[in-house]
Design a protein around this ligand. Sequence first.
Ligand SMILES: Nc1ncnc2c1ncn2[C@@H]1O[C@H](COP(=O)(O)OP(=O)(O)OP(=O)(O)O)[C@@H](O)[C@H]1O
Ligand SMILES: [Mg+2]
Length: 1080
Amino acid sequence: MEATTSLLDAAAVGDLVLLDPLTEESLLHTLQERFRHSDIYTYIGNVVISVNPYQSLPIYTPEKVQEYHNCNFFAVKPHIYAIADDAYRSLRDRDRDQCILITGESGAGKTEASKLVMSYVAAVCSKGEEVDKVKEQLLQSNPVLEAFGNAKTIRNDNSSRFGKYMDVEFDFKGEPLGGVISNYLLEKSRIVRHVKGERNFHIFYQLLAGGSAQLLQQLKLHQDCRHYGYLNRESSGLPGMDDAANFRAMQDAMRVIGFSPAEVTALLEVTAVVLKLGNVQLSSSFQASGMEACSIAETQELQEICQLIGLDPSILEQALCSRTVKARDEMVRTTLSVPQGYYGRDALAKNIYSRLFDWLVNRINTSIQVKPGKQRKVMGVLDIYGFEIFQDNGFEQFIINYCNEKLQQIFILMTLKEEQEEYIREGIQWTPVEFFDNSIICNLIENSKCGILAMLDEECLRPGVVNEDTFLTKLNQLFATHKHYESKETQNAQHVMDASLPSQCFRIHHYAGKVTYNVTGFIEKNNDLLFRDLSQAMWASQHALLHSLFPEGDPQKVSLKLPPTASFQFKASVATLMKNLYSKNPNYIRCIKPNETKTAMLFTPELVLAQIRYLGLMENVRVRRAGYAFRQLYDSFLERYKMLSPRTWPRWTGSHREGTEVLLADLAFPPEELAFGHTKIFIRSPRTLFDLERRRQERVAELATLIQKIFRGWRCRTQYQLMRKSQIIISAWFRGHMEKNKYKQMKRSALIIQAYARGWKSRRLLRELKSQCHRHTAATTIAAYWRGYKARRAYRRYFRSGASTRLANFIYRRLVQKFLVGLARNLPPLLVLDRTWPPAPYKFLADANQELRSIFYRWKCKKYREQLTPQRRALLQAKLHASELFKDKKALYSISPVPSLQQPFQGEYLGLTQNPKYQKLHAVAKDKLVMADTVRKVNRANGKAVPRLLLLTTEHLVLADPKAAQPKTVLSLGDIHSISVTRFSDGFLALHLKETSTGGAKGDFLLISDHLIELVTRLHQTLMDATAQALPLHITDQYGFSTRFPKGAMAITVVESDKVGSNIPVCKKRGSNKMEVLVH
Ligand SMILES: Nc1ncnc2c1ncn2[C@@H]1O[C@H](COP(=O)(O)OP(=O)(O)OP(=O)(O)O)[C@@H](O)[C@H]1O
Ligand SMILES: [Mg+2]
């Protein structure tokens, strides 16, 4: 089996239980051999022995963490990770709270071991943003606490000067939720004093080395350690320790934990105050009374302190140099001597620092604490200051060693005594193994009635003269015969000559060796008193943190009760710790220090042997060997392993013990490996347990596979059934939907057909009914008329009421008839111009008469128009035209002897056809002749008129000489631009020609015509027919108009004169271009 080989293969076995032969030498040799091979960890069962290598080994890598993660404790090489893993799994899987007890003397590696355990647990538990934050905060609490609570001692460069117990809290999944740190009695005397070769707490050196110039200036500090009295005015450097880097790491850690910058500053300010207090020097002076009094020698430091904490320097000065005492209900201020002053100063520094440390722990707890209400599992890690023996051991060493004694007691109780007692209790055959029980030493120290601590308290509280001598005398009396107590007096009584035990000392035979304690300072340290004036001064400071550290300084809360003594407090806290540890499953790491010189890989057999002895390792192995490696209650054992036998799996109905027997019988382990107690099963060798665990793991894997298989099958089946059901539902719904749609379609079609059929039927019926109705109505109407007719006929004679209307109608008709007949007989003549019409005989006929008159007139006109010849019609049109042109415009039109209207338009006045003389002219006019007349042409030079023949054709105007009947002038009608006539009754006209025309070259013609109206009208009409343009006609008044001649324009002035004939004007030339036309 691999596990056993890993434990047995090496030259030295990994588990000392397997050691053969078992002697002190073989055990020591095994440890040495293993140490030589850098195997610093060795088991005794599940107890880990760790030998400090004083050098870093490559066994804490992440790969190693993986190797040990979920490993079997016995299957891998002994390692601290294995015990951490075992404890973590037991906590997570078996729900058992765990505690890891790390013991060993100072420098044996407890603090390192505790950090390794914590880092391992942090590495293996699950990850996540929140979890990582918690883990970081828990891990980062170490550098902060180490800075403030660790110091270099002769034995250890990083010695814990306080006890630390950290409860890491997990949820049910094993994820860390947070934690609580408890601290135990800080060795505060170190603040003010430490022996040569040691150092004060790291923080002071770190602050001075790592603080920036600005920070140091702010804190009013000097960088040089030698400046400070509390740092022993020595240089501080430590090989292998970088204070500056550690300071930065500490500051980072504080940030991670959640300290605000203001909190960090306040913390460092208070630290600086402690450091500076050591430099406050007192000097003696004599008062007026002759009494010696102390005063501040140099106020600079004091003032700086007061500036830092916001306090009036005089208050602090007064508190340091004097003291208020109550004498007969009166407060009296007494001055202090210089030693008293220094005592007060140091007490203040110690108190400030230890309270600051408590505040620091509480502040970290605030950050890492778990919210209440969550169910948690707890893993406690105890890292307490180790057992220590110095040249000069004081109160602190006494307390520290007492604590270690108690831890040894737990170990003895739980591994040696308790175990053996358990075998007997359980009825297992057992040969008792002898071991040293240190209860007697614990009792010597802590017995509440007559223990050393009780005596110390008694001395402190006793009235009268109290000093260390009375205390020592008391002890000597009480423990004169005690085996573990020695003093000069008891030795004298026994006639022992021992120069190593001075008279001021007592010696205790601790489990780990004899330690001689000097009683000097015991009373004072136990009382731990601080002058009230000092605490009040601190309370009065403006510095919030410092102020909060001294609540008792509030003058309102002055209490005369003495505070509990240091030893009382420590005893109480150790008792609480023990109770806490007893309630958890213990896991032991026993640290061994291989040499006194902190040398790497140096193994001093004598030193280690002493530790083997006092740690009781031999007894531990013996009990383990003779006893059983493993025990468990039947019910939990059966519960855990029942799956290994088909008879107990899945359920065993009998008693748990029977079940366990059946189970183990099925597994066929050798009988000597097992023992059945009354309530527990005992398994002798770890090998068997390992085998059991291995089988369980395999079986669990099988069962898990089975469960998975069944679950998957079930899931698939359920899924399939679900899908099938869904499919059926879907198809049912789909089919239903389809059928419904089909049905709806059919219903719609049926309804449409029905509607049509019903409509058709209804319409037919309606038709039928309508025709019936019509017939019926017709029949009814006919019948009604017929009946009415019959009734009227029958009753006509009886009705006379409508007679008057009928008579009136008749008369009206007769009158109309008479009027119309009379009108027909008496019609006016049919002449168009006759507009006579008989008046209406009755008034009611007036409108009708007027209407008839207009109808008659229109009819007459129509008749007249119908009988007109085309020539006559043309003539009338010409007349109409003439009237449009001249009516009311030219006097000739209306006032000439024969009104021109009545004067017929003959057109041909010359008789062209009859007179052969005019044949030539006739040929010119031919069919196109419109008018032929004689006109007079006015000579434009002298105004004389000469006759001319004028021929107007449809295209030309021809002027001809009457004698020769020869055309003199032929004008195209298009050449005529306009005509001007006078408004008088003369026949004068001016024919204006277009300048551009051929005829126009001669200028305008001035003519006198007897038929002016006709001539102009015809000319106008002909031009209109030919060119569809009206010929402009100017009818001028007497002012005349202008004419154009080749010689230039000539103004024609019309002058009205009685001297001239009615229509024959006379033209008179006036000047070269002016002519007067005299008209009537
Ligand atoms: N596992 C280890 N590997 C390497 N060095 C170690 C180991 N354990 C301890 N050391 C070294 O031993 C020194 C002392 O160890 P540690 O501070 O843990 O002792 P301690 O038992 O806590 O002492 P104290 O009781 O004085 O606090 C460490 O500073 C370190 O140098
Ligand atoms: Mg330590």
